[in-house]
Structures are given as C-alpha cells and as structure tokens.
Design a binder for this molecule. Sequence first.
Ligand SMILES: [Zn+2]
Length: 310
Amino acid sequence: MGKSTEYLKFYSKDNEEILFPLARIEGQKPGPHVVITAGIHGCEYPGIAAAIELFKTLDDNICGTVSIVTITSVAAFESRTPFVCPKDGKNPNRFFPGDKNGTYTQAQTYYLLNNIIKGADYYIDLHGGDLVEALEPFSICHSGAGEDIDRKSFEIAYYYGLPNIVKTTWDGEWPDSGTTYANASRNGVPAAIVEVGGIGQMDRPSVEKHLAGLKNVLKHVGVLEGEPVEPEVQIYSGFKWIYTPWKGIFYCQTQVGNYVEKGDLLAYIEDYFGNRVGDIISPVDGKVVFLETTPAMSENSLLFGIAYIE
Ligand SMILES: [Zn+2]
C-alpha cells in the first residue's frame, strides 16, 4: 500500500543505461493493475505532465495498482529529439517487441514490454503530436488479439473519451506490429494509445483532456469509484499516412481536424527557387488527424495522417 517512486535501470548490450522513472500507487483495496506510459516520444509533453499530475493527485484509497512511467524515453526528452531515440535514430513505437541484444531502442522496448507492461491488466500509452506535428485528439487500439482482449482494448480507447478512434491490425494498411499497444494486446494486456496536444506545447487544455481520459478509464476498470462518462466517438477502420515523394518546401493547404475528400489538394511542394514540384492529393474521404507543421521536407517525409471509414 502507498505511493512510491524509483528509477528502474537496465543496460543495452553496449552497456548504455536505460532509465525508466516509475511512479506507483498501490491501493488499499484489491483491483486491477493498470500500467501507464508517457513520453515514449520525448517531446509529447501534455501526456508527460498528465501522467505526473495523476500520480500526484491520486492517493492509495484506490482499488488495485497504478504504475506510471512518467517519461519513458528520457534520452529523447533531455535532448529534445522528436520521433526517434537520439542514441540510434530509431522510433521506439516501431520497434516493439524489442530485442535485449539489439540497439539501444530495441533493448529499451524489450525491457519496457517484458519488465513493466507484461502481466498488467490494462495498459494506456500517452502520446500527442510531436515537436513539429499538429494533432486532433484521437485514440488507437488493436484488433486481432482475440475477442476479449480486443473488446477491452477498445473500451480503454472509448472511455478515454477522445472523439476519434482508429482500429488497426497487425498486417493492415497501417501495420501496428511494432507498436506499444498492439504488442501489449498480443501479450494478453488490453491496451490503447491516446493522442492529445502537439507542436511542443505544454498547454493546459491538453493536459486536462489527458487527465479526464485517464480518470474516466480508471473508473471504468474499477480502480476509481464512480460511474464513467459515456462519450460520443467516431470509429475509423482505415488509417492513411501520406508522405512526400519530393524534397523541398511544404505548403500545407488544409488544417488538422478538417474533413477532406478524395482528390482534394492537401499541400504542394516547391523547390528552393519557388518552382512547384508537385501536389499532394488526398487519396480518401476522411479526417486529418495529424499533420506536420514544419515546411522543411526531405524525400519520403511524413506529411499527414488521415482517419477514414473503409
Ligand atoms: Zn507519439
């Protein structure tokens, strides 16, 4: 019973330290074990602040245990590195289930999955738009881990209360096979990613949205007392990620949260003398749930994520 904090330490095969700041609340009453991670992408700040605030505001008058990794990618956080780990240039959310004998990121994801997530009853992974990414709040959950796990994973996404939910599969159009939530689900732990905030901002409304979502899920699973709110959501089965085939200067022609139609102009790319080298056209009818906010694009850079109904 009670609240505790510790730094869990592991080491990569090159003997580099992998640090997980772990805060834990062990309740006075029996109940489920919920694992929460924030900062897997080290510049997604509202999730980090909400995870810390949740720990500070909960006391041990809860049912079960809540384990919170407040900043999962400490190296990315401290160096303000978006998307990837500065040690090896890998995006941790593409390298689950990890490999303890692999690179730094592969070892990090291995120890996170095997030593912290596995064995939990529920897992919630807090994200948002990265340093150069604007985002409309949405959740993602995996389908394909069996009926019971899939239903519980969807319920985490649903009760978090964000207005958009994307369901993904292992070998779908946007394959989720390297992600936290899909690997947790396939190891028997219902899970979802929840995305709020963006562009390096620590804004209070986004922190509060994360906090409200966390508390509503904790009510649903019985850690906190009270009836959860039943939110209104839109469910999407398709997730189209759009990349630029050209390097150059990106001129975005839409906004995050917009509905777009197939054939709409989303953006164009100019070269360094202002010549238009190409147009980016929407391949589907759907909702722009994230877009990159930097104009600087190399070949094959990610530009947009569009959620749509297949
Ligand atoms: Zn992220």
